[in-house]
Ligand binder design. Structure first.
Ligand SMILES: [Zn+2]
Length: 118
């Protein structure tokens, strides 16, 4: 059933006999398409089960969102730690090279493995 074509006498439900002249009220009673159950035919037990399922889906979704957010934060921390390790390693290597350069006769700007700085 569509509600796009105006009906002069409105829409009458053959289940409960109620007539709707207002399009939105008719849509509310009949649903959005022919597969929808009319409001007067909805089984309250089935409706409550659907409510429970929707609640479960929402809470499972939020559990998943929380887990993904936590994993993302942990990944960010691990990444930062690795960057800091790399930075510390770079500082250590620079200190070692500086110490070697100072200990050698060759000026440090000319010293380097494989003649890199020569
Ligand atoms: Zn009805």
């Amino acid at each position: 059933m569509t509600f796009e074509t105006p009906v002069t006498n409105g829409w009458t439900c053959f289940h409960c006999g109620e007539t709707f002249t207002d399009r939105e009220k008719a849509r509310l009673h009949f649903g959005n398409d022919e597969a929808s159950a009319t409001a007067c035919q909805i089984d309250i037990k089935a409706f409550r089960e659907m409510e429970k399922m929707a609640f479960r889906c929402r809470s499972e979704g939020s559990d998943t969102d929380r887990a993904m957010h936590r994993m993302s934060a942990e990944h960010e921390v691990a990444l930062r730690r690795e960057e800091e390790k790399g930075y510390a390693r770079g500082l250590r290597d620079a200190r070692i090279e500086m110490a070697r350069a100072l200990a050698s006769e060759v000026p440090f700007w000319r010293w380097g493995e494989g003649g890199r700085f020569v």
